[in-house]
Design a protein around this ligand. Structure first.
Ligand code: 5AD
Ligand code: FES
Length: 346
């Protein structure tokens, strides 16, 4: 095992240049031992329970134009949809019956969903399912907006930082977006009291080991409650259509390092990982992940929410995904939990 990974296991923080060495000096032969250590850390805190979140992709309208993303505003081919409040609540209702205790409202940055529309929706969800966590994933908003949504009853917010290298950030995003504002959003969210999820894509165009080292330092400092990472996968209608996808191997390596760096973190084995490798999510769990996020969206809109090509589960009903995941998780010696799966503070 690399001496710096030993150092990480002992609870020490690594500097950017140390992270860079960990990445540059990675020897695939050591991965199995690394994964075993990451699993042991996960089990120490969370046992063999895997938490689940029901994802409701409630709008694919987006005002942003991120170069990697299939629902960017320039994608004229995308059929745009927006679920109604009734449709969203009925997703929650069926999700609750299936055992979900976290609902994730995820969407593009859709100007239709103002605070005035979101607040009553969140309040209703809070009233009807008081025992559930409400997670938002709506992109960049003002601090005031984040405060109102929190006061309405939201508990968690997912906002991947995407990359902690400012220049790389500019390569991936349109000129009106900046890493500085992204970081501002994440700090505001944490400050307000949300459980916060950050994260990045693995193998995105222009990503170097230095970018990844900066990502690790950023996460080490931010200490988010959740970290979502998955391979970049090209989408045929974006400027990155011809770029190479990230690999499952590097994603698994990073998952394990994140588990060691932030021992109590909630770490999803993502749909993107399950898309580039048919056993990607199982392998993710074996590398220290402890969350899965199946889709609760109505089947008729799933095909329209394709951030990348060949996304799995776009034809399955929520119940099918739940059953499928239960079997997959059992195959790696774990169980699917019915609890909210909050971050363990201590
Ligand atoms: N490949 C993989 N992940 C992607 N995301 C967006 N587009 C892609 C893609 N082409 C990720 C981003 C975003 C999250 C919701 O999905 O990291 O934050
Ligand atoms: Fe959706 Fe397997 S998780 S079908």
């Amino acid at each position: 095992m690399h001496e710096l990974i030993e150092k990480l296991c002992s609870g020490a923080e690594l500097t950017q240049s140390e992270w860079l060495r960990v990445l540059d000096e990675r020897r695939g032969a050591d991965d199995e031992e690394l994964f075993a250590r990451a699993r042991a850390v996960r089990e120490k805190y969370y046992g063999r329970e895997i938490f689940t979140r029901g994802l409701i992709e409630f709008t694919n309208y987006c005002k942003n134009d991120c170069r990697y993303c299939g629902i960017r505003r320039s994608s004229a081919a995308v059929h745009r949809y927006r679920l109604t409040e009734e449709e969203i609540l009925s997703c929650c209702e069926s999700g609750y019956a299936l055992g979900f205790r976290t609902f994730v409202l995820q969407g593009g940055e859709d100007p239709y969903w103002t605070d005035a529309r979101l607040v009553p929706l969140i309040e209703q969800m809070r009233r009807r399912w008081p025992d559930c966590a409400i997670t938002l994933s709506l992109g960049e908003r003002s601090r005031e907006s984040y405060e109102k949504l929190y006061a309405a009853g939201a508990n968690r917010y997912l906002l991947r930082h995407e990359t902690a290298d400012a220049e790389h950030y500019r390569l991936l995003h349109p000129p009106e977006m900046s890493f500085a504002n992204r970081r501002r959003c994440l700090r505001d969210l944490k400050d307000i009291g949300y459980q916060v999820g950050a994260g990045f894509m693995v193998g995105s165009p222009g990503q170097t080991n230095l970018c990844l080292a900066k990502d690790m330092v950023f996460l080490q400092e931010l200490k988010p409650h959740m970290v979502g990472i998955g391979p970049f996968i090209p989408q045929h209608d974006t400027p990155f259509a011809k770029e190479k996808a990230g690999t499952a191997e590097l994603t698994l390596f990073l998952l394990a390092l994140i588990r060691l760096m932030l021992p109590r973190v909630l770490l999803p084995a993502t749909t993107a990982l399950g898309t580039i490798d048919p056993r990607g999510r199982e392998k993710g769990i074996l590398a220290g992940a402890n969350v899965v996020m199946p889709n609760l969206s109505p089947v008729n809109v799933r095909g329209d929410y394709q951030l990348y090509d060949n996304k799995i589960c776009t034809g399955e009903e929520a119940a099918e995904c739940r059953g499928c995941l239960e079997r997959r998780i059992a195959s790696v010696g774990c169980t699917l939990s019915q609890s909210r799966g909050d971050f363990l503070e201590r």
